[in-house]
Design a protein around this ligand. Structure first.
Ligand SMILES: CCCCCCCC/C=C\CCCCCCCC(=O)SCCNC(=O)CCNC(=O)[C@H](O)C(C)(C)COP(=O)(O)OP(=O)(O)OC[C@H]1O[C@@H](n2cnc3c(N)ncnc32)[C@H](O)[C@@H]1OP(=O)(O)O
Length: 263
């Protein structure tokens, strides 16, 4: 089972390798080609692909990239998206690459078929597994967010608009939803830095409530790495940075394919 998982993961990575050259992909390939401690390529794979990935392993059509603007995005959300997007590496019409420190991470709503769904689910339900933050179909109702990574500074920022289905205290965002976006952003950041990881510890201080429907920034930065451990800090602020909503620290431990396959 482990060998099969590794072979499928490696096959998929190779399919993508012509078009993928970022460090996240290199990180995953390094792990797949290395020992079994970190030999799988779950959700990270589709999250690093932009529009051109082919062939897609689930459906004949391209999957939706949830990190792109949609009609539910407020003008503030759109403005911040453009702000960071304008600092990303870009290709001009002449095919020339303009360097930018930032990179937008595409985001899809499911993991790789062979590495998701959970051993406790029937085959039918395994196919229905969806990423927690991307499973509300109504645009704007749940988590609207886009993640940008700064390769040079090893930092990460997420522009997050919290929809009406994330209510906790009246008119404000649920603490669990805040924890979810923090876990997702820092988990993605840790994966980008260290390859496949799982959250071992997340410590959260809620400083001020986040109004439902507002846009906030989720900043993640690397504190240190120690062997298999990646330590990150995270702050959630309003969009001009004048108000601290939430502070967190996270520990992410590098894992191998066997960990998720129950081996
Ligand atoms: C995260 C990946 C994201 C991928 C993103 C891809 C791109 C984006 C795609 C889609 C976006 C979605 C993003 C979602 C993100 C969500 C992430 C989650 O929510 S993960 C689910 C919740 N977490 C669990 O369920 C773990 C459960 N725990 C475990 O499985 C194990 O405990 C594990 C793997 C964490 C460690 O187990 P061991 O057996 O491999 O290793 P041992 O020896 O126990 O620990 C290694 C070192 O870490 C320390 N350690 C472990 N746990 C610790 C803790 N809680 N506090 C402090 N230190 C701890 C230990 O003391 C040890 O340190 P010494 O090497 O001796 O120095």
């Amino acid at each position: 089972m482990l060998r099969q998982g590794l072979l499928m993961a490696r096959g998929l990575c190779q399919l993508m390798s012509n078009k993928l050259s970022d460090s996240l992909h290199r990180n995953i390939m390094k792990h797949l080609n290395g020992n079994t401690r970190s030999g799988y390529a779950w959700t990270s794979l589709q999250n690093i692909r932009a529009v051109t990935m082919s062939p897609w392993p689930f459906t004949p059509s391209q999957p939706r990239d949830y990190s792109l603007p949609n009609a539910s995005w407020s003008s503030e959300m759109q403005r911040l998206y453009e702000h960071y997007n304008n600092m990303c590496e870009m290709e001009t019409e002449g095919g020339k690459k303009i360097k930018g420190a930032w990179r937008r991470l595409p985001s899809y709503n499911r993991s790789l078929k062979y590495a998701t769904g959970g051993q406790c689910l029937s085959k039918l339900l395994q196919g229905k597994a969806r990423i927690f933050t991307r499973n509300i179909e109504e645009q704007g109702a749940g988590f609207e967010y886009v993640v940008f990574i700064n390769k040079q500074e090893k930092t990460c920022v997420c522009v997050f608009q919290a929809g009406h289905l994330l209510e906790g205290p009246p008119g404000h965002v649920h603490g669990g939803a805040i924890a979810t976006i923090i876990d997702s952003v820092t988990g993605t950041h840790a994966t980008y830095l260290s390859g496949p990881v799982m959250t071992a510890n997340l410590t959260i201080n809620y400083r001020s409530p986040i109004p439902l429907g507002s846009v906030v920034l989720v900043h993640s930065s690397l504190d240190k790495t120690e062997g298999r451990k990646t330590f990150l800090s995270c702050q959630v602020t309003n969009t001009d940075g004048s108000k601290m909503h939430t502070e967190a620290t996270g520990l992410f431990v590098s894992i191998g394919v066997g960990h998720l396959l129950g081996l």
